[in-house]
Design a protein around this ligand. Sequence first.
Ligand code: GRF
Length: 203
Amino acid sequence: LRIAVLASGRGSNLQALIAARDAGLLPVDFVAVGSDKADAGALQLAKDAGIPTFTLNPKAFANRREFDFELFRQLDATGAQVLVLAGFMRIIDGEALAPWVGRMINIHPSLLPKYRGLHTHRRALEAGDAEHGASVHYVTAELDGGPVIAQARIAIQSGDDEAQLAQRLLSHEHLLLPAVLKLMAEQRLGLIAPDHVTFDGKP
Ligand code: GRF
């Protein structure tokens, strides 16, 4: 499976994908890593792994739509079959992403549908939740609102602060994302419009 990854930050989820590929556990080819931030750690990780990279500076575009259409133009040119958002911190225009629905996934650090958007760890702590988690979902026009494919669930421990909770969850993200991508590479996942995930052809 040819995949492209978009990331805005440090890229630890990208690193987990590369490690899984290197270990022979994930049958994917990385055709590109793209970012909206020239200094994203993810870009350096990609370069170190010999993966082609590109950066698009949002400031160089008149508006979000123009940025997004150019982003997908570049991604189309890579020949990617699946797009993975791994810490890509931008809202994407619904019309621009429409052709990729069913072929684009995102990892979000909450038990969706709880806590879409930012500061998920803090919000889970403030709500006094007993559990927290991460979700991998198909990307649709609705921010963090696409159909959930799989989740990792952890217990919140008394005394957890935001950073500890985020860190503990991250190690589970690093298992979850490669696991979902492996299922995609094996063609075991599907999406029946608008929001029904199938596994091995079954609902
Ligand atoms: C992760 O927590 C991911 O769930 C969220 O952004 C963070 C990215 O971390 N979408 P990294 O850049 O992969 O280390």
